[in-house]
Design a protein around this ligand. Structure first.
Ligand SMILES: Nc1ncnc2c1ncn2[C@@H]1O[C@H](COP(=O)(O)OP(=O)(O)OP(=O)(O)O)[C@@H](O)[C@H]1O
Ligand SMILES: [Mg+2]
Length: 328
């Protein structure tokens, strides 16, 4: 196995704010690696440092064996980037956008034309190659951006929120492209997302990141297995009483969250009956009860005590407060 990306105690501060806080990890060649976390977790900042667009405050990293601070050009040539903010020229056609990028990377004319055709074919935009980007849907733009990011044949592709704001069908379609690029073209992919399901389905390994820290890193299967088997969620007006009533050896972990009790246990179907009996005996009313296999949302909740959506809501609340303060 060859290491594609090596990250060593990487940190980035913006004044007092620590956006990325001492993270370390390695990505193998050929992996699809996901950075999963809520708004403001530090995902884009991490990718920006790894793609040499932003200097680290401390720590170091190599991409394809090259140091991000001491060999910026080498790193840039060996990576493709599709960032969160759109960067296509709206007034140019799909072909012209590709061609411009190819010239920037000094890809000779004939090779350039051939690759542009190949890549537009890959993302199914050949038919629209002479249309200006202004007329493209969100999904078509994303696909064009990905095709453009691949034009100089990078070994590693950085995708920052590749599916943000797209409808479910287009998102699915894009996942397939990403998987194909990885499988058939051997491209190492590092992507960020806050869609749990996307990370789960697409990534070989996931680093869950929150407040600039990596709080868990493993394969999706291992992360979910770490929860201990099954999850039973009970809704009730008295969650604390449930926790008290369920002090049983087969209960691996109990968490209380937002009026719900979340219980991790093995073989839930064998215990649900007992749970109901125990709660009846204590005369605790159950509003609802459900069993499911752990999801990455459960993993995030168990590590942070919050759901990803709540983290995001908190961030937005802080932002509104900030806007109010600065408006005065
Ligand atoms: N140029 C900057 N100047 C000041 N603060 C910044 C800058 N860039 C990012 N930050 C802050 O660093 C933190 C991490 O931001 P970052 O964009 O990396 O998060 P993210 O995980 O990509 O979030 P999102 O899911 O919203 O894209 C945030 O608190 C953000 O406000
Ligand atoms: Mg971001």
């Amino acid at each position: 196995m060859t290491v594609a990306i090596h990250v060593d105690h990487l940190t980035r501060k913006f004044n007092d704010l620590i956006a990325v806080n001492d993270i370390s990890f390695e990505i193998e060649q050929g992996e699809i690696f996901g950075l999963l976390g809520p708004n403001g977790a530090g995902k884009t900042t991490t990718l920006a440092m790894l793609s040499t667009m932003l200097k680290p405050t401390s720590g170091s990293a190599t991409v394809n064996g090259m140091d991000i601070e001491h060999n910026e050009d080498g790193v840039r040539k060996s990576i493709g980037i599709v960032f969160q903010d759109q960067s296509l020229d709206e007034e140019l056609t799909a072909w012209e956008n590709m061609d411009f990028h190819g010239r920037l990377y000094r890809i000779p004319g004939e090779v350039r034309r051939q690759r542009i055709t190949e890549l537009l074919d890959l993302v199914e935009l050949v038919d629209r190659k002479d249309d200006i980007v202004k007329t493209f849907s969100g999904g078509m733009r994303r696909r064009l951006e990905i095709a453009r990011g691949l034009l100089h044949r990078p070994a590693v592709l950085f995708l920052d929120e590749p599916t943000l704001g797209l409808d479910p069908q287009t998102r699915n379609h894009l996942w397939q492209y990403i998987a194909t690029l990885n499988k058939e073209h051997g491209i190492t992919i590092i992507l960020t997302t806050h869609y749990m399901e996307e990370a789960d389905r697409l990534c070989n390994r996931i680093a869950i990141i929150d407040h600039g820290k990596i709080i868990a890193l493993d394969t999706p299967a291992n992360l979910k297995d770490g929860m201990g088997g099954d999850v039973v969620t009970i809704k009730s007006s008295d969650p604390s009483a449930i926790i008290e009533a369920l002090k049983e050896p087969w209960v691996l972990r109990v968490e209380q969250h937002d009026g719900q009790v979340i219980i991790s246990l093995k073989n839930a179907e064998q215990h649900v009956g007992t749970i109901v009996t125990l709660l009846n005996r204590e005369q605790i009313a159950i509003e609802s009860i459900s069993i499911h296999k752990p999801t990455l949302e459960d993993v995030f909740l168990s590590f942070t005590g919050k759901t990803i959506r709540e983290e995001e809501a908190d961030g937005k609340a802080a932002m509104r407060m900030y806007q109010k303060m600065t408006r005065r």
